[in-house]
Design a protein around this ligand. Structure first.
Ligand SMILES: Nc1ncnc2c1ncn2[C@@H]1O[C@H](COP(=O)(O)OP(=O)(O)OP(=O)(O)O)[C@@H](O)[C@H]1O
Length: 329
């Protein structure tokens, strides 16, 4: 069995800004080709710094990273050719038309003229901006501009699309639409999506997530695997009287009863139901499953919130308990 090709590999990456901020303190990660990968972390975690190293905009002060097999420090030209970039800040030339924005990019990357025209048409179709091709970019809505930036990033057929907080400032329908286009790109072109986000909803859709906090990777895995770090699933059951007695006897160690609901802490709800349903399924009147979000995973690991804003002290206490009472800071 061959090892899957890595689109991005980082080994012990370190970065320190002038003035002493240690933005990355030894981050390692591996993103297989074709994956939807999310780097999740709060503001200031180091996400943009890591992306800037991958894009060869800044050199790491320690460690190394490879993009499609090329070293960011030794082969920066090759690395850039493999990457399509969509940055946090809008970066279109507002005076140019939609077409001109794409064409300018094609020229910079040396895409042959005829190939460029074909590619631009194809991408405009994909992000549904064909009818806007002659409009100046300034006339587009925010969402349309983002779509145009995605199309522009793909003009030179990169194998990896890097999206730094791509949906910040977009409303929910616009975000959803942007994700439809990104999914389409993945399906049509097999491109790897390397996403940074502080939105757990966005990270939930990824195949693999690395959680970054204060320049360190504090956890990695598929969203479902990460959820277990926050203590597994909660199953709430309403059962008939006879069932209640039986279930209490069988699962007493994991169970709390409030007279109406039986609440069980289990590792994985699906696995629990496999053994539970054949025997007790007939007794069940109602079932609810609560699965920890990536937000609670982050809280469990760091005692902090992903989003800005006040933290509910009860949540902190809960997270503290889940960490086994050990302070991380
Ligand atoms: N040019 C800079 N000079 C000094 N410190 C910086 C600079 N850019 C970022 N930092 C600091 O480095 C740390 C990591 O910042 P970075 O922008 O990489 O985080 P981030 O996770 O991308 O956050 P955000 O979502 O807010 O961009 C922060 O403490 C930040 O204040």
């Amino acid at each position: 069995m061959g090892v899957e090709r890595a689109a991005v590999e980082a080994h012990e990456l370190r970065y320190r800004y002038e003035g002493g901020v240690e933005a990355l303190r030894g981050v390692s990660l591996r993103v297989p080709a074709g994956q939807l990968f999310a780097l999740l972390g709060p503001n200031g975690a180091g996400k943009t710094t890591l992306v800037h190293i991958l894009c060869t905009l800044i050199p790491p002060v320690g460690g190394d990273a490879r993009v499609a097999g090329y070293s960011v420090t030794e082969e920066p030209g090759r690395v850039r050719r493999q990457l399509g970039l969509v940055f946090q800040e809008p970066s279109l030339d507002e005076r140019l038309t939609v077409w001109e924005n794409l064409d300018f990019h094609a020229r910079i990357y040396g895409v042959p003229r005829r190939e460029a025209a074909r590619r631009i048409n194809e991408l405009l179709e994909l992000v549904e901006l064909s009818t806007w091709r002659h409009a100046p970019a300034r006339q587009l809505s925010r969402g349309m501009k983002r779509r145009l930036e995605v199309a522009r990033a793909m003009v030179h057929r990169p194998s990896i699309l890097v999206l730094d907080e791509p949906t910040v400032g977009l409303d929910v329908p616009t975000r959803t639409r942007l994700w439809q286009y990104l999914d389409r790109l993945r399906r049509h072109e097999g491109v790897t999506l390397f996403l940074t986000t502080h939105s757990m909803e966005e990270a939930e859709a990824a195949e693999q997530v690395v959680i970054l906090d204060e320049g360190r990777a504090v956890a990695e895995g598929a969203p479902d695997e990460l959820r277990h770090l926050a203590g597994g699933d909660t199953v709430m059951l309403r059962v008939d009287e006879e069932g209640e007695a039986e279930i209490k006897a069988r699962w007493s160690a994991h169970l709390v009863s409030d007279g109406e609901w039986l609440t069980l802490k289990v590792d994985r709800a699906e696995r629990f139901f496999e053994s539970f349903m054949p025997q007790y399924g007939g007794r069940v009147k109602w079932v609810e499953v609560r699965r920890p979000s990536l937000e609670s995973v982050f809280m469990t690991l760091t005692g902090k919130r992903l989003r800005d804003g006040p933290v509910d002290p009860r949540e902190v206490l809960l997270a503290f308990g889940r960490r086994g009472g050990e302070h991380t800071r």
